[in-house]
Design a protein around this ligand. Structure first.
Ligand code: TNX
Length: 528
């Protein structure tokens, strides 16, 4: 009797388990493309309610044979292989791509017509097709594909599937042409592997420029063959007295190349005429009194200046800009120009004008901190708004464009709140909502959308000493600055963004990123 009853219950129990399993599985099944948490938020997403699956035999087809196009296919394959364990072969052109194929194709699209980084994704149950008019557009689209897969796709060890993507169409392009971050390798030196990881972060959020702050009072970080003492002596320390370091020209070239593979332009900065103690300590002749200064390991600013009236100063600057420009394919050279409190304004102005001439003679357009607007700006020069909105106004009045990095919003070296262990607070606390909730086009009176090339998040490193601390300051604010640069202001709302951002917590976990778990955000971690 007892036995018989058990027999009747068993199938019911199995059915119940099957139903439960089904329900919990469907919960995980992405079938609504428009509810995916993509950062930066795409311009348009239309969902069609089914899903595409990566298969063990999925092939990534590129429609063409150029090494550059194949390179993007390989980049995608390399991102997806470790976690899926699939071989994901990359092949040129597909006449009849099978079910589960990914196709990357260079062709005109309406998103591409709007912008050179635009792309379209057409996802059906059968295939995933990414199209763009440029390689950069395809590369940006590849980042969207990564974000549409489960967070564990980013892990470096093999994970359990399934690997499903909701079907539909995404058409996407950036609002601003310039979206980037700055890394200060002068106050503390960070080596090439750290810089590569930083570049990976920018790429993931579709940023396209990396500004390297290569010199400051505390250290000179780039080999200059014609002035070897800059690195022999000027690179040997950092804030707090550590041993510093520098990039050889070969390493700098490798950074530029890696950035290029990520469709990111490197902007080298040599800060001048202030913030120059490391150079002044390396070469006595750059000082007005002909005496080398001592190396400096503190964090005061505004005490150093090149000697404006000596010809050797301009010979030096010409050599430095020439050597760096030869290794830098991008159009910009950043001449610094901030906080030159030890230089008289009547000296500062002709200095900045002459340095612009030098940079243009080496084929570069100048970017400088907003103070450079006190000088006459050459056509093509860009002022980077960080502190004084009046300077931005002066630049615009001269017809110059503005790069937006307002310190009280975009500085990712500012502490989040009083509990933050690293960073500074001279511009106030910059919580995640503060750094997201602003519009570059309405921030500075008199500086409108058409005056602005884009946004940059600077990371100064006076008290940031290793990559884990970098990560903590960068994440999650970098994602928000990236969205400000990419997504039109009218489609950005903090309340909606904070939900999407919370879901990136598990992506940060998967990438082993040490991030600030702001209490303003409901984080979904990998284990939750
Ligand atoms: C101001 S921002 C500086 C830097 C400091 C930074 C610290 C700017 C153009 N100059 O020298 O590192 O504040 O937040």
């Amino acid at each position: 009797m007892y036995h018989k009853k058990q027999k009747q219950i068993l199938p019911l129990l199995l059915l119940a388990i099957a139903v439960l399993f089904q329900v919990s599985c469907t919960k995980q099944e992405p079938s609504d493309l428009s509810s995916e948490s993509i950062i930066p938020k795409p311009v348009s997403v239309v969902s069609t309610g089914a899903y595409f699956s990566l298969k063990p035999n999925t092939v990534i087809y590129v429609t063409g044979e150029s090494p550059e196009l194949l390179g993007i296919g390989h980049y995608l394959a390399e991102k997806l292989r470790p976690s899926t364990g699939y071989s994901l072969n990359v092949k040129s052109t597909a006449d009849n791509p099978g079910k589960g194929s990914i196709i990357l194709s260079l062709e005109g699209t309406s998103a591409a017509a709007a912008n050179s980084e635009g792309y379209e994704l057409h996802i059906t149950a059968k295939q995933l097709r990414l199209t763009a008019a440029t390689h950069a557009g395809l590369f940006r689209g590849v980042q969207t594909i990564r974000q549409l897969l489960p967070a564990r796709i980013e892990m470096t060890e093999r994970q359990q599937g399934p690997w499903k993507i909701a079907t539909g169409t995404i058409s996407d392009y950036p609002e601003y042409s310039h979206r980037g971050a700055m890394l200060d390798v002068a106050r503390h030196f960070f080596g090439i592997d750290d810089v590569r990881r930083f570049i990976d972060f920018l790429a993931y959020y579709k940023m396209n420029s990396l500004h390297l702050h290569l010199s400051d009072d505390q250290g000179w970080r780039i080999e200059i063959k014609s002035w070897p003492n800059l690195t022999l002596h000027g690179s040997t320390t950092e804030v707090g007295g550590g041993s510093g370091g520098f990039f050889t020209q070969e390493q700098y070239r490798a950074i530029v190349e890696y950035a290029g593979e990520n469709y990111i332009t490197v902007i080298p900065e040599i800060d001048m005429p202030g913030h120059t103690n490391a150079a002044l300590a390396s070469y006595p002749e750059l000082n007005c009194d002909g005496k080398a200064t001592e190396l400096y390991t503190g964090i005061e600013v505004g005490f150093s200046s090149f000697c404006i009236h000596k010809e050797i100063t301009y010979k030096f600057i010409d050599d430095v800009i020439r050597e760096i420009s030869e290794m830098t394919p991008g159009p910009y050279f950043h001449i610094g120009g901030d906080e030159s409190h030890a230089t008289k304004l009547s000296d500062y102005i002709p200095f900045v004008e002459r340095v612009q001439e030098i940079a243009t003679s080496h084929g570069k357009q100048c970017i400088g901190w907003d103070e450079i607007a006190n000088a006459k700006l050459k056509p093509g020069s860009i002022a980077q708004n960080w502190a004084n909105p009046k300077n931005a106004g002066k630049a615009v009045a001269q017809g110059a464009k503005i790069l937006m990095s307002p310190a009280n919003k975009a500085y990712i070296d500012m502490k989040y709140d009083k509990t933050t262990k690293y960073g500074l607070q001279w511009a106030g606390f910059v919580e995640v909502d503060v750094s997201y909730n602003w519009d570059p086009a309405t921030l500075v009176p008199g500086v409108g959308r058409e005056d602005i090339v884009g946004v940059e998040a600077p990371l100064w490193t006076e008290n940031i000493t290793n990559i884990k601390e970098i990560e903590y300051m960068v994440f999650p604010r970098l994602a928000g600055i990236a969205e400000i640069g990419w997504t039109p202001a009218e489609s950005r709302k903090w309340e909606e963004y904070r939900t999407r951002l919370g879901r990136h917590g598990e992506r940060f976990d998967a990438m082993d990123i040490n991030y600030y778990k702001s209490p303003l955000v409901d984080w979904t971690g990998l284990d939750e």
